[in-house]
Design a protein around this ligand. Structure first.
Ligand code: ZN
Length: 383
């Protein structure tokens, strides 16, 4: 099953370019309109996110939403299989079963008499289909309050990069440290020494293929400049080895706030040459497996100082459940779409040639990743 790539050599690696933006766009977010089908299968052992609960409103006539979902499923399916391969090679991985659940996520969609479309959702955080629904839900939950804050700041907190073996411990330390900082500032607020500390906290983790290490970091939206600056300074006091320049406080608007809700790890790594031209796009499933194991049972997202809108209850769906299924459509990976019983494509999604190449050839599992020595060139510049 595994695509094996050993001793891979690259010239340049950086995170920003037009081509990469285009690549990101290909995997870009759906709109809130995608809030749709109801989750039926709960597989939560691998994550500690708020449950997905949605109004069953995706209609079979809403081809735009279904095509976007098909695009994600088209990448998510082979990614889940490569993650299974990676977990077999990683003695510390406990997620093999959960990765299989993602393979089965929305493989069959049921169409009901009223035209509503349902699928079984895996709810895992690496599932591009489920994650996108969760993002839309988070935006619905938090944006009504956060968009009202006129003086909000985007804060980035980092620690030095670490090896895979140290990632889980590093993330725990970061989360514990942030809790202590928050508790200290909250006490000051209770003594009328500062404004209430209101904000959102999101942990993200990226993988650096050149150095073969990981970069866990926090992104925060904080209400009020003083609180934002004080959090940054408290962080630097506790992590003196963290780069002063990497800790950042800048004004946020509603658009940059929405960025916070996106995926917590960048799945696709862009490989560039010395001129900064994109040479390749690769997904390192083995490194992703390390990240997902390190994040197991940890919250990626947290709000503090304000309440979120109430999550829509699953109970809303009870009445819909008794309706008769009139047709089931099955996912066919090679076609990048679900197929109707009469052979017609359900969403009409047509994968682009670059996406076909990515999903068939560029999701790699390196057999030498755990234990073996990866060949990595240190002459590569990193932006
Ligand atoms: Zn899923």
């Amino acid at each position: 099953m595994a695509k094996i790539a050993e001793n891979i050599t690259y010239c340049n690696f950086s995170s920003k370019s037009r081509k990469e933006d285009k690549a990101k766009k290909e995997l870009s977010l759906d709109t809130l309109a995608q809030l749709g089908t109801k989750s039926r299968v709960g597989v939560m052992e691998s994550s500690k996110e708020a449950p997905i609960s949605l109004i069953p409103c995706t209609h079979e006539s809403d081809k735009k939403t279904l095509r976007k979902r098909a695009k994600r499923k088209h990448l998510s399916t082979p990614l889940s299989l490569r993650l299974v391969d990676a977990s077999k090679l990683n003695p510390d991985s406990v997620l093999k079963k959960s990765y299989f659940n993602t393979y089965h996520c929305c493989r069959t969609l049921a169409i009901r008499e009223d035209g509503s479309v349902r699928g079984n959702y895996c709810k895992n955080r690496w599932c591009l289909v489920c994650n996108n629904i969760r993002i839309a839900q988070s935006i619905n939950n938090y944006m009504p309050t956060v968009s009202q804050w006129n003086d909000k700041y985007f804060v980035t907190l980092t620690v030095p990069n670490c090896r895979g073996k140290k990632l889980e411990g590093t993330i725990k330390l970061m989360q514990g440290t942030f809790t202590k900082i928050h508790a200290k500032l909250k006490k000051q607020y209770q003594r009328n020494q500062r404004e209430r500390v209101c904000g959102l906290r999101k942990i993200e983790c990226t993988y650096n293929v050149v150095r073969n290490d990981y970069h866990p970091h926090f992104h925060l939206i904080i209400k009020g400049k003083k609180n934002a600056e004080d959090i940054k300074n408290e962080w630097l006091d506790r992590f003196p080895k963290a780069s002063y320049k990497a800790q950042d406080v800048k004004t946020a608007n509603n658009e940059s706030t929405k960025e916070l809700f996106k995926y917590f790890t960048k799945v696709v790594t862009t490989i560039k040459d010395k001129k900064g031209e994109v040479k390749d796009r690769i997904i390192y499933a083995d490194a992703m497996d390390v990240i997902f194991n390190s994040m197991k049972n940890k919250r990626t997202f947290q709000n503090f100082g304000f309440k979120s809108n109430k999550v829509i209850s699953d109970d809303l769906d009870t009445e819909m459940d008794i309706e008769r299924i009139i047709e089931e459509v099955e996912w066919v990976q090679e076609l990048g779409d679900w197929v109707r019983q009469d052979g017609e494509l359900f969403s009409g999604h047509r994968p682009s040639p670059s996406m076909v190449e990515l999903v068939t050839k560029k999701i790699v599992v390196r057999t030498s990743f755990h234990g073996g020595q990866l060949k990595i060139f240190d002459s590569i510049s990193i932006k």
